[in-house]
Structures are given as structure tokens and as C-alpha cells.
Design a protein around this ligand. Structure first.
Ligand code: ADP
Length: 503
């Protein structure tokens, strides 16, 4: 059994702002059957602490048992910290969860990365350097009775951990590290002035260390120091070699050659299964698709949309430029003109929200918005929508198209990253072979998205073809099985007989 510490800034079920949390939360259970014992370590933000150490119920005097402390740091970047041990799902046999409780860094209202007004915390460098330092310590074996063979670091927030293991390993013990890029757009780039506070030796201030364009690059540091790099789809692994997608790190990615692998994300089949989902009005499966209509009717009511038999499009997304939401605002009139309706759930840029509100006001009963974050509603939308629009300019993997496939909500996607890898375009050959699962279009602009919507509406009106596309999607394999096996094999190649292979 290989013991892996998965280090990240969020995990589904505890704290989530995007797909990273889904992956970090789902992988431990998925990989357990492949000979890997994976523990997850995240910061103990207030929302995490309240789940691990809930306040006593009303009327009960006795406080419920709280998570045990398994390690303490007297001074972790300016204050004391402790490590709490629990399980990811709260059950006794669930995967291990380690929560870094450092009140001076994480005990504050707001989001994991931003304050209540959406502004990045000014000390994010310190917060995630601390997470990385503590993660490197734990991976290196500072917790009594808890050893690890490998560290798996996710995104820039954990990016310094491989560098700590390389340049300042705890007790001189360097375990191998895998670094995964979930989104190259977020790199954690800070002024050179922070270097002296990181507790790294001078030799780390180098091109093959943490230095990046005269400052400190967290993701860059992880990519340099890790034994191997992965990203979340084969197409994105190729795209980040180019200047269009590499965001300045394309040279580094190219220099790592074959050590950069693309492993597509799976979905948590317990969370996302239309046959058992408690959040939806009517459960259904590929064999009992007829029942699905009750979810469409429920969604129309919930969004106060006119009831009709035309296509109901949905969007569940961060409202950002990356997600092509500006182009979406431009096609609303076209979509409605074709007899379509749109239900949108999202949060993000204020300017985009404003444009979307204008579109909804132009089309009452046809375009309806919910601005905010609502996990249960996202399930009801996948269950009731006919097609999900995902016009991303880049998309490392993307999960909402996978949920769409699982729920018979046909994905209409830009041909990029994981979207290109997971959706089979309904061209004539694919329809003929009963292999089509969605609609792809290349180039995110008004013309291309409008054309994709026109194609989708036309497919929708060919009832047999549409049902076939829906079923093919629902039957495709988007489980973690294959990817978990690939991660397990990758870890194994760096850990032989329980001892790490030299870098
Ligand atoms: P990203 O991580 O870039 O935001 P992904 O498609 O990989 O994109 O993952 C997004 C995740 O967040 C999915 O689980 C999606 O359902 C969820 N999500 C995004 N926006 C919302 C929202 N407003 N309410 C509920 N869930 C959302």
C-alpha cells in the first residue's frame, strides 16, 4: 500500500469554490481500490472547523467530540498552529482528513482566498506558504505514527510544498512530489521581498527554484521541484506547452518533456448519480429517460420560465472571461429567437452579472438567472436542463460537462482542454455510429457559439437522434476508475518497495 498526502486549499464536502475541490474530495475514495492510501490536508477555515468540531446542539450541555490534535507548530508563519485529524466524509472508515488549524491565517469570515467583498487576502502568500510548509513537514513524517511515501500537491496554493521538500526537507527526509495543475491561470506570483520570510535557503532563490521574473512564483516553484507534473486532461497538457495557454510557464512545461502528463478527472458517482440523487424531483436513468421530464417542469417553475416543449438550456459556471460568459451574453437574443430558454446559475464578475441581468430583463419568461452559489440547485439544473452551454476560452478539464453527460443534459462545449477530450461532437459520422454525446465548436466568439446553438436546437427537434445522444452520454464512462488507476501507477513509478526513487 502506497501512502500519499494530497495537499490542497479546498476539498468538496468541506470547502469548495470550483472543480479542484471535487477532485481532491473524490480521489481518495476512488484510489483506495488501487493500492493507495490517500490522506487529504487542507486549511481549517471556519467552515471546515465547524464541521469537524460542531458547537453543542441546543439544549445539550455536553460538547460533541472534536477532532484530535495530532501535531502542533509553536510558530507557523507568525502564530501557533495545530493539525486536526478526522475523516473526509465524517464516517469512521472514510479517508483521512488533516486540517491545518492556524487561526492567525485561516480563522476569518469570507472565502478561502478573498474577503467578503471579493478582494484577495493581502497575506495570501503567507497563508499558503504556511500550508505548503506544514504539508511538506507532514509528508516528511513529522506526525508521530503517520508516514507518507509521496506528496501530491494541487495548484499554486500548495506549490511551495515540493520546494520545501527539495530545499528544506523536514529531518533531511525528501519524499517525492507530484504537482498537479488544475488551472494555469492562477500562479501565485509575489514580490521578491517575501522570499526572506519563507524559511528557504538562499540556493532556492534561483531559476530552478522559486524565483520567477524577479519575484516568487508558487506554482512555478512546484513545477520546478516536483518529480513529475500532471494536469487534468491530455489536451490541456499539450495546450500549456504553447504561449496561448501556458501563461508564461510554457517554456518550463516544455523543458519537463514527458514528465508532464494529462489525466482526466472523473466524477464522484455517489454525489452525481441521477438514479439516486436526493436533490432532484424525479430520479431517472438511461433506461428510464421518460421520468426526466418531471425535472424539466420543476426547473421551469423554479426559474419562473414559460412552460413549453422547446429546448431548455442551462449554465452553471463561474461568471468570468475564461468561461466565455461575455460571449454568452451576446447570444441570448439568438438563443431565444430559436425558441430556446435559458436558466443560469453562477457568480463572478459584476460587469458580466450586469449584462446578464439586462438580457434576462429583455426576455422575461425565457431567460432567468440565479446569481450565487447553490450546490443542490446545480443538481436540479443538470437533471432538468436539455443542454448545458460551456463556451470556455480554456478549460483544463471541466466538470460540468461530465455532470451534464451523466444526467442526460447534453453538453455544448468549446473545443479546448478537457472539453475536447470528454465530449464527442454530433457530426454525421458520430451520429451514424451512435457515438455522439454533445456538440463541440471551435473558437469562442459570437458566430461560433450562435452556430453551435443553432445546431443543438436542430438536433433537439430530431427526437430520435437527441435521445440517442442523451443515452450515449449517460452510458459513457466518466467514473474515476481509469484515472485513479493511472494516478496509482504514476505514484508507484516514484516509490518502489516503500522507498522513494531518487529524483
Ligand atoms: P472551475 O473549477 O474552473 O470553476 P469546473 O467545471 O472544473 O470549473 O468545476 C466547477 C464546479 O463548481 C462544478 O462542480 C460546478 O457544478 C460547480 N459550480 C460552479 N458554479 C457554481 C454555482 N454558482 N453554484 C453551484 N455550483 C457551482
Amino acid at each position: 500500500m502506497i501512502r500519499v498526502l494530497s495537499l490542497a486549499s479546498e476539498a468538496a464536502g468541506l470547502v469548495k469554490t470550483g472543480g479542484l475541490a471535487d477532485v481532491v474530495g473524490a480521489l481518495p475514495r476512488a484510489i483506495a481500490g488501487h493500492g493507495v492510501d490517500m490522506a487529504v490536508m487542507i486549511p481549517a477555515y471556519p467552515q471546515v472547523l465547524s464541521k469537524l468540531c460542531p458547537p453543542p446542539a441546543k439544549g445539550k450541555r455536553k460538547a460533541p467530540a472534536s477532532a484530535p490534535v495530532v501535531h502542533e507548530w509553536a510558530n507557523l508563519f507568525g502564530g501557533p498552529a495545530r493539525l486536526l485529524k478526522a475523516t473526509l466524509d465524517g464516517t469512521t472508515e472514510g479517508p483521512t482528513l488533516l486540517a491545518l488549524d492556524a487561526p492567525h491565517l485561516f480563522a476569518r469570515d469570507g472565502g478561502p482566498y478573498t474577503d467578503g467583498s471579493g478582494k484577495d487576502w493581502a497575506d495570501n502568500w503567507r497563508r499558503f506558504a504556511a500550508l505548503s510548509r506544514a504539508g511538506a513537514d507532514v509528508a516528511g513524517g513529522v506526525v508521530e505514527g503517520m508516514g507518507f511515501d509521496l506528496l501530491h500537491a494541487h495548484d499554486w496554493q500548495a506549490g511551495l510544498a515540493p520546494a520545501y521538500l527539495k530545499f528544506a526537507p523536514p529531518g533531511g527526509h525528501r519524499v517525492p512530489a507530484v504537482m498537479t495543475i488544475h488551472n494555469m491561470a492562477f500562479q501565485g506570483h509575489y514580490d521578491a521581498g517575501i522570499f526572506s520570510h519563507l524559511g528557504l535557503p538562499m540556493e532556492a532563490w534561483a531559476v530552478n527554484g522559486v524565483e520567477y521574473h524577479g519575484g516568487v512564483g508558487f506554482l512555478k516553484a512546484g513545477l520546478e521541484a516536483a518529480h513529475c507534473i500532471t494536469t487534468v486532461s491530455p489536451t490541456y497538457a499539450l495546450e500549456i506547452r504553447t504561449s496561448q495557454f501556458g501563461m508564461g510557464l510554457e517554456g518550463l512545461i516544455q523543458s519537463r518533456g514527458n514528465e508532464v502528463r494529462g489525466i482526466v478527472n472523473g466524477i464522484d458517482a455517489e454525489e452525481w448519480n441521477p438514479a439516486t440523487d436526493p436533490a432532484i424531483a424525479a430520479r431517472f436513468s438511461a433506461r428510464a429517460l421518460g421520468k426526466r421530464i418531471a425535472n424539466k417542469r420543476a426547473l421551469e417553475r423554479e426559474f419562473m420560465l414559460e412552460k413549453d416543449d422547446g429546448p431548455l438550456f442551462i449554465v452553471v459556471s463561474r461568471l468570468t472571461w475564461q468561461k466565455g460568459m461575455d460571449v454568452l451574453t451576446e447570444v441570448l437574443d439568438h438563443l431565444v429567437g430559436l425558441g430556446g430558454r435559458l436558466a443560469l446559475l453562477g457568480s463572478g464578475d459584476a460587469a458580466l452579472v450586469g449584462e446578464l441581468h439586462k438580457g434576462a430583463a429583455r426576455h422575461p419568461g425565457r431567460v432567468s438567472l440565479r446569481i450565487g452559489y447553490d450546490e443542490a440547485l446545480s443538481h436540479r439544473m443538470q437533471a432538468g436542463g436539455d443542454a448545458i452551454l460551456i463556451p470556455s476560452r480554456f478549460e483544463p478539464c471541466g466538470l460540468t460537462q461530465l455532470y451534464g453527460l451523466a444526467y442526460g443534459c447534453v453538453p455544448v462545449v468549446a473545443r479546448t482542454g478537457g472539453l475536447a477530450d470528454t465530449v464527442v461532437d454530433a457530426n454525421l459520422a458520430a451520429i451514424h455510429a451512435a457515438a455522439a454525446t454533445g456538440v463541440q465548436f471551435a473558437g469562442v466568439d459570437y458566430q461560433n457559439l450562435a452556430l453551435a446553438i443553432t445546431r443543438t436546437v436542430s438536433l433537439y427537434h430530431q427526437a430520435d437522434v437527441w435521445a440517442q445522444i442523451r443515452r450515449a452520454g449517460m452510458r459513457s464512462d466518466f467514473s474515476w476508475n481509469q484515472s485513479a488507476a493511472t494516478y496509482a501507477a504514476l505514484y508507484r513509478s516514484y516509490v518502489t518497495d516503500g522507498s522513494p526513487t531518487p529524483a
